[in-house]
Design a protein around this ligand. Structure first.
Ligand code: PLP
Length: 413
């Protein structure tokens, strides 16, 4: 009989969203007329930008004719898209990233999950707590986590993010070789500023570690002091890999497209001390395991960078930004403390005193028919918090916030 990869047995159940769904379904079964509003979803609601739709229609038509039909494309992505990315996302921000350092993919989940493959199994990993679960689980699958004991994995270094530090992690104490940073952060909404990122880049240079910088929510940044890319920090090309996604930037959650940047200056070391290019290893990995993102989708992504495309996606982002503001103001009016909501589609709020994350989840569902995401599902430091998202419609967001305020007031009586 074939043997299983026992690392998979070491995974803790992905119960968070499944349990949320189960509880929601049970509630609807018991209350068939319930008018539930979800501020728990991490998925967008607004349609794609007309410029993207037009570009994809055109690409579909090209596929209908022998002369313009496209089969397999480059594993790294079409040059037209990588050139647009290099110019608009990097050169225009003063970052020197060339198209051959950019790898287009079908989204940041795959890239953030797969990138660890080009690193040694023995490399120690640091993650923030709370954390986007993909970083942890992909390292568990790869055998890099150690056993799960008392709520955490023995070989992972957890970097707790407390309210007192603005939900930003301090530097690690065990000199990990791989450090996952997500800014603006899912789930806390905290965003690292220039000073924070400079500290991380300096640390990585000193210790020889590599930063996995997840900028999936970069498009939500509105404040000048928050870098859109880690490469805005001098020297970052030697120590950082960056991940981007069009999912929340341009509503591509169902279309699927993103990219990562693996700079040519980033070197890894063999056991015998030889230097190896991370860019070359990732290129080899992608050419072996990935056959490229579809031509139609890449033409759609290219259209985001046109003048019209930019105007249109910004208009949609403004809807979510405004929702985030409405949520943040509402929870503050309700007397709860909150982080995020600025530079981020997420509001991370502390639950009323004496309640756990799940208890507040149940209370909001039963009392106000609102779905949130319990913070404890993102790690031990998430206990006592819930995450609200700004991706619902403006009308339903406003309605949910009014209900939330009433429900919290009731608790005070
Ligand atoms: N990174 C973070 C922090 C996310 O929250 C998400 C999506 O929720 C992703 C990556 C994945 O994005 P994509 O849809 O591009 O796979």
């Amino acid at each position: 009989m074939a043997h299983c990869n026992e690392n998979y047995l070491n995974l803790q159940g992905a119960y968070l969203f499944a349990t949320v769904r189960q509880k929601q379904n049970a509630y609807v079964e018991a209350h068939p007329n319930a008018d539930i509003i979800s501020l728990g979803i991490g998925d967008v609601t607004q349609p794609l930008a007309p410029a993207v739709i037009e570009a994809m229609h055109k690409a579909v038509d090209e596929m209908a004719h022998m002369e313009t039909f496209r089969g397999y494309g480059p594993e790294q992505g079409y040059l037209f898209l990588r050139e647009a990315i290099a110019k608009h996302d990097f050169k225009d921000r003063g970052c020197d990233i060339s198209p051959d350092e950019i790898f287009v993919s079908d989204g940041a989940k795959c890239d953030t999950g797969n990138m660890q493959e080009i690193f040694a199994e023995s490399d120690v990993v640091a993650v923030t707590d709370p954390v986007y679960p993909v970083y942890v689980d992909s390292n568990v699958m790869a055998g890099r986590s150690g056993k799960f004991v008392n709520g955490s994995y023995e070989r992972l270094e957890y970097l707790p993010c407390y309210k007192e530090c603005g939900f930003k992690a301090n530097l690690p104490s065990h000199d990990p070789m791989i450090i996952y940073l997500c800014s603006p952060n899912n789930p806390t909404g905290a965003a690292l500023n220039k000073k924070d990122l400079t500290m991380w880049v300096k640390y990585a240079k000193q210790t020889g570690s590599v930063i996995f910088f997840d900028a999936a929510y970069e498009a939500f940044i509105t404040e000048d002091d928050i870098p859109h890319s880690i490469y805005e920090i001098e020297g970052a090309k030697k120590v950082a890999i960056e991940f981007r996604s069009y999912s929340k930037t341009a509503g591509f959650t169902g279309v699927r497209c993103g990219y990562c940047v693996v700079p040519k200056e980033l070197m890894l070391e063999t056991k015998s001390g030889e230097k190896v290019s991370a860019n070359a290893l990732w290129d080899r990995r992608q050419c072996t395991k990935f056959n490229g993102c579809s031509y139609i989708v890449q033409r759609g992504a290219e259209a985001i960078y046109t003048e019209e495309g930019q105007k249109e996606i910004q208009a949609t982002l403004d809807i979510y930004r405004n929702n985030a503001r409405v949520i943040l103001e509402g929870v503050k009016e309700a007397g709860l403390t909150a982080c995020g909501g600025v530079n981020s589609p997420y509001v991370w709020l502390s639950v009323p005193k004496g309640m756990t994350s799940w208890e507040f989840f149940d209370y909001l569902l039963n009392e106000a028919q609102i779905i949130c995401t319990p913070g404890s599902g993102f790690g031990p430091c998430g206990e006592g918090y819930v995450r609200l998202t700004s991706f619902n419609t403006p009308e339903l967001t406003k309605e949910a916030v009014e209900r939330l305020k009433k429900a919290v007031k009731k608790l005070e009586k």
